[in-house]
Design a protein. Structure first.
Ligand code: T6T
Length: 324
């Protein structure tokens, strides 16, 4: 009887001990604001974020603008701040223009983590003020990505001839860094001339017409680096429309599913896939770790997968193609 009574008492005290812990179990809401909603890169990032949210019992809100533009992203951010989520993950569409809008979130006590792109210099938590308030930056190494692209293009064109970068617009951390890495590497290839960058505002049609205009001015053009998904798809279409498939080589950043056909037909030589699902997953995990009292790394670097004709059929490679 004594033993039963003791066990019962133990059970009661255990229940008392457990109950407050359960009562504290808060369901966190984490908002993910992409660069834009209709981009396979961010759609894939959302999937990774959702996988982590499901595993951790977090409520994930995905809210973004239809285009990659601070003018449309800032009102979305303001609306998200007004709903007071527990944390914000955001791909800021401009290094400078998103600083003050994001400071509002930080001042309201909402932790900010940037995914894919950064604000300021991308070096956070230095104590230096300015744009260093986000807790963490989770992304690809975009300078390295640009260097990889340059080496691939140099190989494709036999290390000589004229090339250019098809890019989005200045002020975006990712695509600025890709161009920087590309030019840094190309400086080591004296036989290659890098022509003036063409900015397409993330419009594939514009990138296609620019390719044709550059080719008209430079009939000896041998290559182009498309510095993001729409730049690359557009530049590749431009090459096709100019009837230069295989003659003007294309190296693409990003890996939408349509890149498979472009690789198989020889329109695109190499695609550099980022790992957006990984960025989303670790974004949510980091926010959750912070919210539950753990310290988190100030940067998390995610990887690349290099795709070409010889490996694109391999499931270990094709699994990195982006979702639609
Ligand atoms: O390349 C990605 C992303 O990394 C960049 O910041 C913006 O463009 C993409 O979303 C592709 O369209």
């Amino acid at each position: 009887k004594k033993i039963v009574a003791a066990l019962a008492a133990l059970a009661v005290s255990a229940a008392v001990l457990i109950a407050p812990a359960q009562a504290q179990d808060k369901k966190y809401t984490i908002a993910l604001i992409p660069g834009l909603t209709t981009d396979g890169f961010y759609i894939t990032m959302r999937k990774g974020a959702q996988a982590a949210a499901d595993a951790l019992g977090v409520n994930l809100v995905f809210q973004g603008a239809p285009d990659f533009n601070p003018v449309t992203q800032v009102p979305v951010l303001d609306a998200v701040i007004a709903k007071k989520p527990d944390a914000i993950l955001i791909a800021p569409t401009d290094k400078v223009q998103l600083v003050e809008p994001l400071r509002k979130a930080n001042d309201a006590g909402i932790p900010v983590i940037t995914v894919d792109t950064f604000i300021g210099s991308g070096v956070y938590q230095t104590g230096g003020g300015g744009a260093d308030f986000p807790l963490s930056y989770i992304a690809s190494d975009n300078v390295l990505g640009g260097e990889i692209a340059a080496r691939a293009l140099a190989t494709s064109i036999g290390d000589k001839g004229k090339v250019y970068v098809s890019n989005v617009k200045p002020g975006i951390s990712t695509t600025d860094q890709r161009e920087e890495g590309f030019k840094k590497e190309m400086a080591k290839h004296p036989g290659i001339t890098v022509l003036e960058t063409q900015f397409n505002d993330d419009d594939a049609n514009k990138a296609a017409s620019q390719l044709q205009a550059v080719f008209a001015r430079n009939p000896d053009l041998v290559g182009v680096f498309g510095a993001n998904l729409f730049s690359a798809l557009g530049a590749a279409n431009g090459v096709k429309q100019a009837g230069q498939t295989g003659t003007v080589k294309v190296v693409a950043f990003d890996a939408p599913t349509s890149i498979v056909d472009n690789i198989n037909t020889g329109l695109v030589d190499v695609a550099i896939a980022q790992h957006p699902a990984e960025i989303g997953y670790y974004g949510v995990v980091s926010a959750y770790a912070h919210l539950t009292g753990h310290s988190i790394p100030v940067t998390i670097g995610t990887g690349f997968t290099i795709m070409n004709k010889s490996n694109i059929a391999d499931p270990n490679i094709s699994k990195y193609l982006y979702s639609e």
